[in-house]
Design a protein around this ligand. Structure first.
Ligand code: GLU
Length: 492
């Protein structure tokens, strides 16, 4: 779409229910709405759908804010910042829904129902036994006002149900799925206002989308079956429905529903494991949307620039954790070391390696370590393992290396030589360290692997690790000497 024919005054919303952690699918919905809004210079609205009183929790609401902010998905209207069409928390809009439901009651487009949960279950059971799809049969529709009052006096609670018109074809021109057709006859009279006075999802959603002037509703495919219900409510209220677009499911590589087997399913788990927000945004954006070329690495601002709703796929998106790890390692490599220093802090402290203050005191040291290890990290939680090699004054040779190492005279002489050479160094630099190793090799007639491997083992106890000069340099003189001494002390 060219800039010229982009729609104007587009208003999109993300409308999560604060009933738990945020699932990958939901955050993808949040992202696509945000990308589209930002691409088109529209408005991005956050609405909290907290009408399920028993399951909605403030802590979950706070998690929503936290994850959105972490990913950089800022909103233009919504909780915390307000806006012209607030309040943006549905629990604070109760009167608005009641008012509209009463309008439908008065017009005979909705009715009160006093059926108890037991009666409804009986009804469903009977329908199932007859091989029918269970749905409300409308039996309260015919109740007179007097009967209603009597039932209520008996202590029965009432709900307001929508009177679904019969024999109606409902056509939704979905931005992603294309034309989808529904029959109203397949839909039972559904609830608008629950017995606790709170609106049901479909009703609150319509009222709010209308009052908040939402132009495009982008949400998960799991809501497609709600759309005909919402369309009927718009019709009954004489309102124009927004554009709908339903995003396809996210599946695992084995084409089954995304589950723990394929990776973590909540966005917070990725944050905690040390995935970078820009990697998540890049990865999630490609779950259902694709740019025109082959390139797959895009920073958030680049995606905003090229995001195109017409390139969102109809078919299911495949969640490939290996691809996410690859993207994350790319963004870690690109990230500024100072930023990484702050980001690895919780991982280092949690691993019990060092507390934050000590880390701050060793800032320069950490920056160098980050520089030499960052290209080996898939996620920041890999970092503590990479620095254990730099921690501790002793080298404990593992059983399988120990005997072979200590029995070779050359190795012992080399360790003595290195200890002396390093001990004599006035300036602890990579160049000087390298010269000490070279001259020890010359003196003992050792070179290549025979020189470098024993040196590496003697200073770290490991056969692999960071580049040798850097490793020794970053140990520091004292630690390097202590480690060599600890190896010599193991010679029997
Ligand atoms: N509260 C609903 C959810 O979290 C919103 C669905 C919609 O976007 O209409 O699934």
């Amino acid at each position: 779409m060219t800039k010229e024919n982009k729609p104007e005054n587009v208003r999109l919303r993300f409308a999560p229910s604060p009933t738990g952690s945020i699932h990958i699918g939901n955050i993808r919905t949040a992202l696509f709405n945000w990308l589209y809004a930002r691409n088109i210079n529209g408005t991005y609205i956050l609405r909290i759908e907290d009408t399920d009183v028993s399951r909605s929790k403030m802590e979950h609401e706070n998690t929503i804010y936290k994850e959105l902010k972490w990913l950089g998905l800022d909103w233009d209207e919504g909780p915390e910042i307000g806006g012209e069409h607030g309040p943006y928390r549905q629990s604070e809009r109760k009167e608005i829904y009641i008012e509209n439901a009463e309008k439908l009651l008065t017009e005979g487009k909705a009715y009160e129902c006093i059926c108890t949960e037991e009666e409804l279950e009986e009804l469903r059971e009977a329908q199932r036994n007859r091989g029918e799809v269970p749905r409300y049969n409308g039996r309260c529709k015919e109740l007179s006002d007097e009967e209603l009052i009597e039932y209520k006096e008996e202590g029965r609670k009432s709900v307001i149900r929508f009177d679904v018109p019969s024999g109606k074809k409902l056509i939704v021109n979905d931005l992603i799925k294309g034309e989808v057709e529904f029959e109203s006859d397949g839909i039972g009279d559904f609830i608008l206002i629950k017995s606790d006075g709170m609106p049901a999802y479909n009703f609150a959603c319509v009222i709010d989308d209308f009052l908040m002037k939402i132009t495009h509703v982008l949400r998960g495919e799991d809501h497609l079956s709600n759309t005909p219900r919402q369309v009927m409510i718009y019709d009954a209220l004489g309102l124009e429905a927004p554009n709908f677009g339903h995003l396809s499911l996210i599946l695992g590589p084995d084409k089954s529903k995304l589950s723990k087997r394929h990776g973590e399913t909540f966005i917070g788990e990725y944050r905690e494991k040390g995935f970078l927000p820009e990697a998540m945004v890049n990865f999630l954006a490609l779950l259902g949307w694709s740019p025109t070329g082959e390139e797959e690495l895009f920073k958030p601002e680049e995606i905003v620039e090229i995001f195109d709703i017409n390139r969102v796929a109809k078919s299911a998106a495949v969640f490939d954790i290996e691809k996410l790890k690859w993207m994350n390692s790319h963004y870690i490599k690109e990230a500024d070391n100072k930023r990484l220093f702050e980001l690895v802090k919780p991982f280092v402290t949690r691993a019990g390696i060092m507390d934050e203050n000590t880390m701050d005191d060793n800032f320069d040291w950490f920056i160098e370590i980050i520089e030499i290890t960052k290209d080996q990290l898939n996620q920041l939680s890999d970092f503590p393992e990479k620095i254990t090699i730099f921690v501790g004054d002793e080298v404990d040779l593992e059983e399988n290396i120990k005997e072979e190492f200590l029995q070779d005279e050359n190795n012992i002489n080399l360790v003595r030589e290195l200890k002396e050479g390093f001990g004599d160094l006035d300036e602890w630099s990579r160049e000087n360290i390298s010269s000490v190793i070279k001259s020890a090799g010359k003196k003992l007639k050792l070179k290549g692997k025979k020189l470098f491997m024993p040196t590496r083992i003697a200073v770290s106890g490991e056969k692999q690790g960071p580049e040798l000069d850097s490793l020794i340099y970053l140990l520091g003189k004292e630690k390097a000497l202590n480690r060599l001494e600890s190896v010599l002390s193991q010679v029997s």
